[in-house]
Design a protein around this ligand. Structure first.
Ligand code: NAP
Length: 436
């Protein structure tokens, strides 16, 4: 291809000026006098335009259409933009930038800020979270009642047996991953005064109203509070966290940008892992969790105590029951008890579960009784005549209806027909009276 001539260049410049003037919104078209590259956002088109003013011809040799992405970058055509504000200013839009979603770079930069995360309660769930935080290149320090020095070292975290030492490391965020039952006592004895002022305190308890109230009562006013509930655990979240729900409530976050960014940074870890981010009040969480999570744990525990085993003819449904048992049986009883004790909606859900179970059972037994009744009223060899005879022979003044009603009463009260079917059906009714 021949190199562009002066007239080619002028023509292209004119085209580009017209095009860009129509595609870049007025706000973005007012750019400063600065002599080097400055970046402004062309928000209306969802693209980013790099404006150049007063730069050299070589520098200016980058152009493209911001709106339709048709790039002249390959031939590097210089351009001159005419704008309402400064008609002699020049700019170009880089292809790479134009293809990026608006504001992505700023968001990524925010998330890139690494946090020093302190975990209080380094049990099953605390360690599970720590591993993922470390994978995401955050610094993790931990403290707990037990000795987790080795476990921490193995995953690349630092462990402080003494909570004072832990707090003096001044983590950006402190996450309580203690059992629901022990959280109140742990907070009461926790040396919060040794933490940095404005520390962000979060929790991952499976109930939410309780820690929210506890934090609001016990933490200094200048601490930020974020209540979290990752609705998954070491088993269900062993692999990817994609689409797993993370419920959060920004209970108290200071106005300063840095404090809001810190919260976003922490939430960003879960978002970047693919979690489904659900912002919800702690109260609403507890209402919904009682009828979902608590019931799941209860049914899992019930089935677990039945010791269900693999069979050679497992159906998909049965396998999901086995999975449910698997997913819940590794959780501590403290956790399950906490779900019950510290969620005021749990008792009601437990009652509903019990009622539903009795209703289903009653349905089965009602059907069974109906079958038995039908059976009683339609028995070979027990014609009304025969039954009557049998009772007369036994010296009882009972008609056929009376006899059958008596049998039905028996079934209703005991669930079974006492004695053999023959006995009640009047087989041999000619010879002897049915037993009662
Ligand atoms: P957990 O039995 O609920 O809690 C174990 C943690 O609590 C350990 O770190 C333990 O510390 C600490 N702890 C227990 N009793 C204590 C006491 N008297 N004083 C001080 N600390 C005490 O089991 P978990 O599964 O690890 O759950 C931790 C938290 O995460 C719970 O609040 C739970 O609701 C929440 N969560 C769990 C899951 C899950 O799937 N497991 C999912 C989401 C949220 P030591 O080991 O040092 O004794």
């Amino acid at each position: 291809a021949r190199p562009p001539t002066r007239s080619d260049i002028s023509a292209t410049q004119a085209r580009m000026s017209a095009h860009v003037a129509s595609s870049v919104p007025a706000r973005a078209r007012v750019y400063p006098r600065a002599s080097t590259v400055s970046t402004r956002r062309a928000s209306a088109t969802g693209t980013r335009a790099r404006f150049e003013t007063g730069s050299s011809r070589a520098d200016r040799c980058r152009s493209l259409s911001a709106r339709d992405g048709c790039l002249a970058g390959a031939s590097r055509v210089p351009c001159r933009a005419s704008t309402p504000a400064r008609s002699n200013a020049r700019f170009a839009v880089s292809a790479l930038d134009a293809a990026m979603p608006f504001d992505n770079e700023a968001r990524a930069a925010k998330r890139l800020r690494k946090l020093k995360i302190g975990i209080v309660g380094f049990g099953n769930f605390g360690q599970f979270l720590a591993r993922r935080f470390i994978q995401n290149e955050h610094t993790v320090i931990a403290t707990s009642r037990g000795d987790y020095e080795d476990a921490a070292k193995k995953m690349g975290a630092r462990y402080y047996r003494d909570p004072d030492d832990f707090c003096e490391q001044h983590p950006d965020v402190v996450i309580f991953a203690t059992s629901i039952l022990s959280t109140e006592a742990t907070i009461n004895s926790f040396p919060v005064q040794r933490l940095r002022r404005n520390t962000l305190v979060a929790d991952v308890l499976s109930v939410k109203q309780f820690p929210k109230q506890l934090f609001l009562q016990r933490l200094p006013d200048d601490f930020d509070i974020l209540c979290l509930h990752p609705m998954f655990g070491p088993d269900s979240g062993k692999g990817t966290w994609k689409a797993l729900p993370l419920v959060y409530d920004k209970v108290r976050v200071g106005d300063e940008q840095s404090r809001r960014d810190r919260v976003d940074n922490l939430l960003g870890i879960f978002a970047d892992e693919g979690c489904r981010m659900v912002e919800m009040s702690c109260e609403e969480h507890d209402r919904q969790a009682a009828s979902s999570q608590f019931i799941t744990h209860t049914v899992g525990r019930m089935l677990g105590s039945m010791e269900l085993a693999d069979t050679t003819i497992n159906t998909k449904g049965y396998e999901s029951l086995l999975n449910l048992v698997n997913n819940t049986s590794n959780d501590s009883f403290d956790l399950y008890y906490g779900l019950f004790m510290y969620n005021k909606n749990a008792t009601q859900e437990l009652n509903r579960l019990e009622l539903a179970f009795s209703q289903v059972k009653a349905q089965l037994f009602d059907r069974l009784h109906t079958l038995i009744r039908d059976d009683i009223f339609d028995i070979d060899g027990s014609s009304p005549e025969q039954l009557k005879k049998a009772w007369e022979k036994a010296g009882e003044n009972m008609n056929e209806r009376g006899y059958k009603e008596r049998l039905i009463d028996q079934v209703n009260s005991t669930g079974v027909i006492g004695g053999s079917r023959d006995e009640h059906a009047g087989k041999g009714a000619e010879s002897e009276a049915p037993s009662r």
